[in-house]
Design a binder for this molecule. Structure first.
Ligand code: COI
Length: 328
């Protein structure tokens, strides 16, 4: 079984060696993004594994098909970068990762605390020996109503972590989970928007959820609302968020993801002119925290992502299916 893994980071290499040996797979690696131009060189490879920066579109899938590659695994949970319908049409099988939700959930709580305790301007001041307190008064989660949008694996891990703070927790999900009904108050989307002091997004990106946090949604929110996004940037309309910050309707914003982050996040662009005006503008505000899509990035998750990436291909080919196979 021959597998080629793309977008491989240094810290993945040990796990790759271990899993490849355990599963008897012949794994080669590249730190590059997989492009359609590269597909031709993949003859003899059974499956490829990628992370979130490779776009698995029609062109790439056609190239892979031509080269005889039958399987693609993404070592990410989100799979909005893959054309699942077209892959099924050409007979290439896809799977995603199902690494544990705890790292992202903990990072989400950290973003809430950073925003509520005004840690970004506090850090700026520290750097220039300004130890004053004025303007840095924070708020406590325990006195707040937190609205969790999406109660899948990550949303429910966030809910569990929030349990220790003693806050009121509202949740919205088109498919409410029976076992959470004693822990959270399930409400409709509008009630969550209108009632929450903090809103945290744990919804997958699909056509129906793109820009779900838009002007109309923000208008329904409480003045001073805190919005947290560790899911996908495209869930929010950044123009609307920017207006919300400018008008002070939004009290604070913390986002681990950004629309059009591809080509910026997970790369050093320190000497470059970055052409993303929306990002450049919004990141200057003291009450806007941006992190570089790193909520997932823990030691435990790295191991699990590698394991999912290799095992998924091996199981699809050898056993006929794997637990996280993607179907249109
Ligand atoms: C995911 O697993 O969906 C992530 O957001 C992680 C990242 C490497 C793209």
């Amino acid at each position: 079984m021959k597998i080629k893994m793309y977008e491989v980071r240094e810290d993945e290499k040990k796990a790759i060696e271990r899993v490849a040996e355990e599963l008897g797979a012949d794994v080669s690696i590249s730190s590059n993004i997989l492009t359609p131009q590269e597909a031709e060189s993949l003859r003899g490879i059974d499956g490829v594994s990628i992370l979130g920066r490779t776009t698995v579109n029609k062109e790439l899938l056609d190239g892979l098909k031509k080269a005889g590659v039958g399987y693609v695994s993404t070592r990410t949970v989100g799979y909005n970068h893959m054309d699942v319908a077209y892959a099924a049409e050409v007979g290439i099988r896809l799977c995603n990762a199902n690494y544990p939700p705890y790292g992202v959930a903990e990072f989400t709580i950290m973003l809430m605390l950073l925003a509520l305790r005004k840690y970004k301007p506090a850090m700026w001041r520290q750097g220039v020996n300004d130890y004053s307190l004025s303007g840095l008064q924070g708020r406590e989660i325990r006195n707040m109503t937190v609205g969790v949008m999406g109660t899948g694996k990550i949303g429910r891990a966030v809910i569990k972590d929030l349990g220790g703070f003693g806050c009121r927790i509202l949740a919205y999900d088109p498919y409410p989970a029976e076992d959470l009904k004693n822990t959270v108050e399930y409400v409709d989307g509008d009630t969550l928007l209108r009632t929450s002091d903090i809103i945290t997004l744990h919804i997958p990106l699909m056509e129906s959820t793109r820009h779900m946090i838009n002007r109309e949604a923000i208008a329904k929110m409480k003045t001073g609302v805190v919005i947290i996004n560790a899911s996908r940037g495209e869930l929010t309309d950044i123009e609307a968020l920017t207006e919300g910050i400018e008008t002070e309707k939004i009290g604070a914003l913390a986002m681990d993801v950004f629309e059009d982050e591809n080509g910026i996040y997970h790369e050093s662009r320190i000497n470059d002119i970055i052409r993303n005006r929306k990002m450049a503008y919004i990141r200057q505000f003291p009450n806007v925290v941006l992190t570089q899509h790193m909520a997932f990035y823990t030691d435990a998750n790295t191991d699990s992502m590698v394991e999912c990436g290799i095992r998924g291909i091996v199981e699809m080919k050898e056993k006929g299916s794997c637990a996280s196979e993607l179907h249109p």
